[in-house]
Design a protein around this ligand. Structure first.
Ligand SMILES: [Zn+2]
Length: 78
């Protein structure tokens, strides 16, 4: 697979496995050993999908974990 962020190429097993994005699909999240970007990857084909960023889950919302670690409010300064 090829990192969608820095272009680093390697076997998808060289990318650190983080978790399975969906229990009903072969999409997993792996971290680039070079730049640390999170890539979604199809475990069956080894093809990288998209970079995984907070709030941008390419497979849609799931598990209800979004929002558990919310951003710090910006309106507490005054
Ligand atoms: Zn990378």
């Amino acid at each position: 697979m090829k990192c969608v962020k820095c272009g680093h190429e390697g076997a998808h097993t060289d990318f650190r496995y983080l978790y399975n994005a969906r229990i009903d699909a072969s999409i997993a999240v792996r971290q680039c050993p070079k730049c640390g970007a999170w890539n979604s990857v199809d475990e069956l084909t080894g093809e990288a999908g998209v970079e995984v960023v907070a709030g941008g889950a390419p497979w849609g919302k799931s598990a209800g974990v979004e929002g558990l670690a919310g951003d710090v409010a910006q309106d507490d300064t005054g």
